[in-house]
Ligand binder design. Structure first.
Ligand code: M6R
Length: 611
């Protein structure tokens, strides 16, 4: 949530910051701004996407070799020029960008206001900035010390980066709970919320930890903790290709990422699915296999699409491993005094590894003695760092705000984990284990087949693009797929959509059905197939506009609708990985047909680092 970029060195800061903001726009895009220091401290801010800022600044002389930039996802205060970051302190000395939330900002603001401070924005950021400024003015101390004093009194999450008119060659940055990466160049440093703005300049990076403060000049990086002790920076080599964060000829990142799935799923399976030996190799699982096999309960904690992956995993783990599973919304779990026992294992599923609710929920479970197992995409992310063990999904950077390739990779990893536990536990016959391994191995090829001709899905999308509401139905393993289909459509097309277990539809949502309502059934061949067909009949009898994802060659429902989307046949347990692909495409095509920005849907952000 919110993207931050900063630069100090010998190059022009503005072009580097602007390019970085475009790369980080997925984190928030309701307004953006830059502050440049070249004798004068100049701030430029604009409501809207980064392109608005760019055209606003087009033709202006923006010379400076130090600067900060921000792309915002509003928390405190509406999206507007005045609420956009950077903010300027009341004294005019400091400019600051911030990602996160200052929870005790109201008390700080009250105190500052009583002492004459007047605020130009509604943000918590301006409060923290003036709090720092106030400490600086009233104490004979350096900015670094003022920041340290202020942060000890702050409750909440933050990455902040400050520019100081009186120290024109130095940036001060600090982090707690939101990510910050520093790239080390030749007499220059790059700061960003993730490595994407940095990768084309340097591969040497330092990930800043919570409660660390960085003092950064072109040729110097000093890292300290809030106790003022110097810390040796741990310099890592960046493992990220530029191509992975560019559109590569596709119109949108979302379409690129949908089409990457044969490769990302292959990457996820590679080295883990040992077909020759009939084994699944997963070091993180192996390390804790006893605890996993004998878990009293597995509690899956996640949000959004990752939560849907958790629901599929619930069905799979219970079926294969016979271990009770509960799937929890992180935002609910963290606040309801949950019962967690020592024998419980927590699976934290998160693409970004930075989702605030998930992070706090698992911290809580960890305190109560549970083993925390992360299913994560971003190496070194906050959740990765606090998990005891885990498995990466290896889907590569996902830039489109709507999760696609990360979801299928999560399903693949969770299926492998369940299979590995089941094999060790001997809770499934060896033949079933081998069969499921073989089916998993076929997934990249099967996804490739779905993606080789998307014209039918496109046609169906255009037919239903003007709908004002949509229903997605499925049963068993396909119920969470229906939920995910509905979420994707909502996010990308702004059409109201609901996902339901197909049979549950009779208990309420059927009242919505009329000849205008598209009802999409995930109706591939499985144990529930006949029942699902009956549910389709019920919708047909009420003239709903049926669409169905069906198994190739299955003509059972041809009489009910021509809007059929065939997918290759596979085991019902693996089917969600294939069945979700047409739903991703359907949402994408409908979003595009409605003229929407599918990569950056309104009000959303990729990485939800506020609660
Ligand atoms: O990074 P995470 O997987 O923890 O994110 C969880 C949700 O915020 C995320 O899946 C969200 O629902 C996406 N917009 C779905 O497309």
């Amino acid at each position: 949530m919110c993207g931050i970029v900063a630069y100090v060195g010998h190059q022009e800061a503005y072009p580097i910051i602007l390019k970085g903001l475009k790369r980080l726009e997925y984190r928030g895009y309701d307004s953006s701004g830059v502050a440049l220091l070249d004798g004068d401290l100049n701030l430029y801010k604009k409501q809207g996407k980064v392109a608005e800022l760019e055209s606003f600044l087009d033709g202006q002389s923006l010379k400076a070799s130090i600067g900060i930039g921000h792309t915002r996802w509003a928390t405190h205060g509406e999206p507007s020029d005045r609420n956009a970051h950077p903010h300027l302190s009341a004294s005019g000395r400091l400019a600051m960008i911030h990602n996160g939330i200052i929870e005790n900002y109201a008390a700080l603001k009250k105190d500052l206001s009583s002492r004459g401070y007047v605020f130009k924005s509604d943000t918590d950021t301006e409060v923290l900035l003036n709090f720092i400024d106030d400490i600086l003015i009233n104490n004979d101390c350096s900015l670094e010390e003022a920041v340290r004093i202020a942060l000890k009194r702050v409750v909440g999450a933050y990455v902040i980066v400050l520019l100081d008119k009186e120290n024109p060659d130095t940036l001060i940055a600090a982090r707690k709970g939101s990510p910050l990466v520093i790239g080390i160049g030749e007499n220059e440093h790059f700061l960003a919320s993730d490595a994407s703005p940095i990768v084309e300049y340097t591969r040497q990076v330092v990930y800043i930890n919570d409660y660390e403060l960085a003092i950064i000049k072109g040729d110097e990086l000093i890292l300290k903790n809030l106790g003022n002790e110097v810390i040796t920076p741990f310099v890592q080599q960046l493992d990220l290709e530029l191509a992975a964060i560019e559109k590569g000829g596709y119109d949108h990142f979302m379409l690129k990422e949908i089409h990457e799935q044969p490769q990302t799923i292959f990457d996820c399976l590679r080295g883990r699915l040992d077909m020759a030996k009939g084994e699944i190799v997963m070091a993180g699982v192996q390390q804790h296999i006893d605890q996993l096999m004998h878990a009293n309960r597995i509690i899956i904690i996640a949000c959004g699409t990752s939560w849907h992956a958790g629901l599929v995993a619930e069905y799979i783990i219970e079926e294969l491993c016979r271990i009770p599973v509960e799937v929890e919304y992180a935002s609910e779990f963290r606040y309801r005094n949950p019962i967690v026992n020592k024998g419980d294992v927590i699976f934290a599923i998160s693409q970004s590894g930075e989702t605030a609710d998930t992070l706090v929920a698992i911290e809580k479970a960890k305190e109560q003695g549970a083993l925390i197992f992360g299913v994560l995409n971003v190496v070194g992310s906050s959740i990765a760092r606090i998990s005891h063990a885990g498995a990466y999904t290896h889907a590569g950077p996902e830039i489109g705000v709507a999760s696609t390739k990360a979801f299928t990779a999560q399903l693949v990893v969770l299926t492998m984990i369940a299979l590995k536990i089941a094999k060790e536990k001997k809770s499934i016959p060896q033949e079933r284990f081998i069969h499921l391994m073989a089916e998993l191995n076929e997934v990249p090829g099967n996804v490739e087949r779905i993606l080789s001709d998307t014209s039918k899905i496109h046609k169906i999308a255009l037919k239903h693009a003007a709908a004002s509401s949509f229903l997605f139905l499925g049963r068993g393993y396909n119920f969470p797929v229906a939920l995910e289909g509905a979420l994707k459509l909502k996010e990308i097309s702004y059409i109201h959509a609901e996902g339901y277990p197909a049979a549950e539809m009779k208990h309420g949502p059927i009242a919505l059905v009329d000849d205008l309502l598209p009802v999409l059934f995930v109706a591939t061949k499985d144990a529930y197939h006949e029942k699902v067909v009956s549910n389709m009949q019920e919708i047909n009898a009420r003239k709903g506009r049926l669409i169905a994802v069906v198994t190739e060659g299955d003509n059972t429902v041809e009489a009910l609708t021509t809007d059929l989307i065939p997918v290759p046949e596979t085991d019902e347990l693996i089917a969600p990985i294939l069945n979700v692909i047409p739903l991703q495409l359907l949402s994408y095509y409908i979003g595009v047909a409605r003229g929407l920005d599918v990569d950056r849907p309104r009000n959303l952000a990729k990485s939800v680092t506020v609660e």
